[in-house]
Design a protein around this ligand. Sequence first.
Ligand code: NAD
Length: 428
Amino acid sequence: MKPRVSIVGLGYVGLVHAVGFASLGYMVVGYDIDSSKLEKLSQGKPTIYEEGLEEALARALASGNLRFTNSVEEAVLETDVTFIAVGTPSLPDGSVDLSQVESALRSIGRALKLKGGWHLVAIKSTVPPGTTEGLARRILEEESGLKAFEDFGLAANPEFLREGTALRDFYKPDRVVIGVRDERSKRVLLELYEPIDSPKIVTTPTVAELAKYASNVFLAVRISLANEIASVSKALGVDAYEVLRIVGLDHRIGPHYLKPGLGFGGSCLPKDLKAFIKVAESLGVNARIARAALEVNEEQPRRLVELLEKRVGDLRGRRVGVLGLAFKPGTDDIRESRALEVIKLLLERGATVYAHDPRAAEKAREALGGKVTIVGNPQELIDTVDVVVIATEWPEYENLDYRGKIVVDGRRVEKARREARIYESLTC
Ligand code: NAD
């Protein structure tokens, strides 16, 4: 019989996996601590924006392969594998807040005690190296009275999907990483991922956990290095995009994650970089390159606002329009968005801020309170304000009319570059 799957935590990662595994023909039960999410999802309404997700959710529900429950016991008792996909945000000091993981583990552990038979717990959340074999093992054994790697399976199965292309990444990841200690866990995970066409790397839980952080640190470092190169390009009066296009043609370097601009945001790169620095510190390693990448990234919004001030002077009372609030195009996620950092700086300087985003307006309205006027139509925003800041490169921003405007571009919108009366950016 095919393994049956439960997913604990139905955010960006958990929901995509619930829908994805169901579409591959597995029976899937989704559980989240937030019952309002379960209600919406049961009615076929996605709680996040992700391309193709609404249709895929509807198909999964109609097929009868996917259902949601508000009982974690039911999720565990009626399936063979439970993925933990809860959040692992940063604490104020940059280390990882594992409270969601701990509470998920406790509830799963209690359910394991009731189950009687073998079950696999796979940790998909990004957790510090050693968590699966340390904290997770301890909590599950404590709560269930059972022995890990014998009475139940335990694995680290980190996730590498990107918001904006999450479903596509689910079906075609660059690799599936299976961190295991016991044969049975390995066998079940290999069977589950069998329909996914990608290399499957079987390793230890700690290697799997560290590989996830290492990948995100690498990506963050590339972006910050591209931004440092862009600062030098700008100081020389040349276009950083042209420089980095040439750099990226070197097959040893490649073109990805070399786009200079406002820097990286989102729920992964900043928090994983901070966590890596903390983990390194706890091991007596000074993660100098990761620290520098974070420092460069944190400077970018301030540099952009300084360029803006250079062009228009004192911002007090000036109407500034911000195009884009999501941390990148294709998502409604505003966590650690550079746009919000820019807005914070603009408000501190007394500007009156208007903003637009095609997908993230609702989430941004909640986060910003009444401090910013959210405008539904981006052209209207451009026509209302004294100066436009581009913070997220949504494709539709290539179709707007920027003529006569002052534009400070934190990304690269070619139409704005061609048309604006005054065009300023971090890259040229
Ligand atoms: P998220 O915040 O969108 O979702 C987490 C979900 O878990 C929420 O719906 C929350 O209600 C639920 N939850 C919290 N505590 C719970 C509990 N005790 N029991 C059941 N549900 C609980 O998070 P996300 O962006 O999906 O990320 C999840 C994990 O995956 C994180 O560790 C993240 O670092 C990692 N990750 C995220 C991405 C991404 O692009 N978002 C990519 C790769 C890895």
